[in-house]
Design a binder for this molecule. Structure first.
Ligand code: NAD
Length: 460
């Protein structure tokens, strides 16, 4: 039977889940604290860039299965199931900041007028769902398992493929400890059952750790190939042939073996820090993950420094075209994007920067002076210097060719398809210099060199 669902938080995960759950036939109310987000979504316009999202949003709004509101209390009172999909940003010590989750749980408890299932979709450290249980119980006066149930249902969607991933997940993980809640969840995800998606039923702690283990492993795989690429480059080997051959081994798989400027995004950086902090809390030294965090920060630094080296040691008073600002292609998310570190480094070195991204320019403008460098927070002095330099020497361009005008060097930071097919003849005519640093290995080196450019990639 279709359910009445409320989703708290309509960011990447909450919005895609709201739209997807409505498309499964459930009636969904998406709740956000921000009126501007709610108004935009209710008018049928997505607040994030994701392929296919607009169609699904509009279709389900029109069908009357989906609506958005800031009235969390009302939406909770009406619901059978409440998904918590609020943010869990990193706290100053690496631990996940759980204040949004705790606040959402309290609001749920205060508005619990009948049995409901409370589902945590946010990525939360092991033990958090027990804490959600306590908060809801204290705020509602009801007993877990009888008055309400808590389910851990971590989300694995990839930005850029979020809609596709929602409808075709590799697996659905459900930390669920009573049969009534299980029946509710089976109803919610019936459409995925029918297409034989694997379901993993487990306890709350296991579900919580599956999410962190998966993200930490993927971050490790990326960092491993980045370091191997650095070695291949130094030794005169070709990382692409190495990675392809490694991937032919069924135990390894070819995915996540593409070298680049270091991972970024809203998940890997914060989730690796959080699992390392959780390990310390339990007295287990997650030394592999701690080294991954350090090596990834170093990779961002190495990328920026390599560009300066290619430019003869400094980019002072020279012009660099930066193509790609998002942390990866097909998204407008710039959280912890390597582009932030690279542009900061260039500006602090005295360069003029001409930057372009098909979707992420607006988000980048604020992130540039708020984050980094190299994974850390900018201290206020550096923040001021970057902001000042950006005002004088950073131009946001309307397309890749606009960015290339008068550039001494080009760096490709994000693997957007448009950059893979860059018109090199036009680039040569527009650029003053001849340096191309392809930090994603999206161009054909021979082709680039044949046009008279000095080409550098990663690990080849
Ligand atoms: N972004 C991803 O690719 C991704 C993938 C898997 C898991 N996750 C996890 O999902 C969670 C959400 O991530 P996100 O990227 O969607 O976050 P986000 O920051 O984009 O969105 C969170 C939203 O929640 C809203 N919010 C906060 N408190 C609220 C409350 N009490 N009631 C209603 N709305 C509230 C905020 O206004 C914001 O719009 C995080 O734990 C994240 O780690 C994210």
């Amino acid at each position: 039977m279709a359910k009445q669902i409320t989703v708290l938080g309509t960011g990447y995960v909450g919005l895609v889940s709201s739209v997807g759950l409505a498309d499964f036939g459930n009636t969904v109310t998406g709740v956000d604290l921000r009126q501007d987000i709610v108004d935009t979504l209710q008018s049928g316009t997505p607040t994030i860039y994701e392929i296919g999202l607009e169609d699904y949003l509009q279709r389900n709004l029109e069908a009357g299965r989906l609506s958005f509101t800031t009235d969390g209390a009302g939406a909770i009172a009406d619901a059978d199931i409440i998904f918590i999909a609020v943010g869990t940003p990193p706290g100053p010590d690496g631990h996940a900041d759980l204040s949004q989750v705790e606040r959402a749980a309290r609001t749920v408890g205060e508005n619990l007028n009948k049995y409901k299932v409370v589902v945590t979709k946010s990525t939360v450290p092991v033990g958090t769902n027990r804490r959600v249980q306590e908060i809801v119980a204290a705020a509602s006066g009801r007993t877990p398992g009888e008055g309400f149930s808590v389910v851990s249902n971590p989300e694995f969607l990839r930005e850029g493929k979020a809609v596709q991933d929602f409808f075709h997940p590799d697996r659905v993980v459900l930390g669920c400890e009573d049969t009534r809640a299980r029946e509710y969840m089976e109803d919610v995800y019936r459409a995925l059952y029918l297409i034989q998606t694997p379901f993993v039923w487990c306890n709350l702690e296991t579900a919580e750790l599956i999410k962190y283990a998966s993200n930490a492993f993927l971050a490790t795989k990326i960092t491993f190939i980045n370091q191997m690429a650095n070695l291949a480059e130094a030794a005169g080997a070709d990382i692409h042939t190495i990675a392809r051959s490694m991937g032919m081994d069924g135990r390894i798989s070819p995915k996540f073996l593409h070298p680049g400027p270091g991972y970024g995004g809203s998940c890997f950086p914060k989730d690796t820090k959080a699992i390392a902090a959780t390990g310390d809390e339990f007295g287990v030294n997650m030394s592999v993950i701690k080294e991954v965090i350090r090596a990834n920060d170093e990779q961002k630094t190495l990328t920026a420094r390599k560009l300066l080296r290619l430019m003869g040691g400094s980019a002072r008073d020279r012009t660099v075209a930066v193509l790609g600002l998002a942390f990866k292609a097909e998204t407008d998310d710039v959280r912890e994007s390597p582009a932030i570190d690279i542009v900061q480094e260039l500006l602090l070195d005295g360069a003029h920067v001409r930057a372009f991204d098909p979707e992420a320019v607006e988000n980048f403008k604020t992130a540039l002076v708020g984050e980094g460098p190299f994974g850390g927070g900018l201290n206020s002095d550096l923040q001021e210097r970057v902001a000042e330099a950006a005002a004088q020497r950073l131009t946001y361009c309307t397309d890749e060719f606009h960015a290339l005008q008068g550039a001494d060097a080009l760096i490709i930071v994000t693997e957007w398809n448009a950059f893979r097919n860059l018109n090199l003849e036009r680039a040569a005519a527009l650029m003053t210099g001849r340096v191309i640093f392809d930090a994603r290995n999206v161009l054909d080196p021979e082709n680039v060199r044949a046009r008279g450019f000095e080409y550098a990639g990663v690990g080849r």
